[in-house]
Design a protein around this ligand. Sequence first.
Ligand SMILES: [Zn+2]
Ligand SMILES: [Zn+2]
Length: 250
Amino acid sequence: MGTSKQESKHMAKPEMPFCSRKWTNREKLVTVTFSIIHILCIFAPFQFTWNAFWVAVALYVISGLFGITISYHRNLSHRSFNLPKWLEYLFAYCGTHAFQGDPIDWVSTHRCHHQNADTERDPHSPTQGFWFSYLIWFLDSITLTNKVCPEYFIDRKDTKRGVFTLVLKVLCVLRWLSLMSFGEAWHNNHHAFEYSARIGIEWWQLDLGWYVIWFLQTIGVATDVKQPSESHKQRLAMDKPNEGVSKSLK
Ligand SMILES: [Zn+2]
Ligand SMILES: [Zn+2]
């Protein structure tokens, strides 16, 4: 309790909930662009060709697997392994095409998420409701900056604070998501061993990101690849038996 009170002191209060306040120009641009992209998707089935489908899959793999999962997340945010600079930059460049911002913004937000997971200061906290954690956090740049970089607001006067009251207790991660998310969906594992380049700890836990990193390690390109030790896994299974990291760790 003491810690959360202290955290609250360092956080400037946001002006109003995103939906009720005046949006900044950046927020208007992101919201409109984001909406247009999703509206255009409705027409995709009417323009379907296999060539277009495979181009979409290739772009998803380049920007999502190599850009976000391998570069932004495991390499840059968690330093789970090292790459030669030319490859580190190339993968990070792939990530810039995923419409998730630049590497510095992404890494700062993600590290803030790990430090404050499921608390008020989590940038996409589920305690602020489903729509906030799923979508609004990304559009609401004032609340996001307030959480990730509160010093930015230190001289601003506080006004009314908006609160999202809907509470999402459990966000179920379906197993097939591990394929779509390139292994990122094994989220309990990731929060348990955030330094690990491998997120699908068990052999049956699909983790495409890890398979690529393992391949890069095997050919000598990726070095200092981090994985949880057996003793760390056993210790965690004994300390937190109910957190569901992986049943076979017990
Ligand atoms: Zn997380
Ligand atoms: Zn992470």
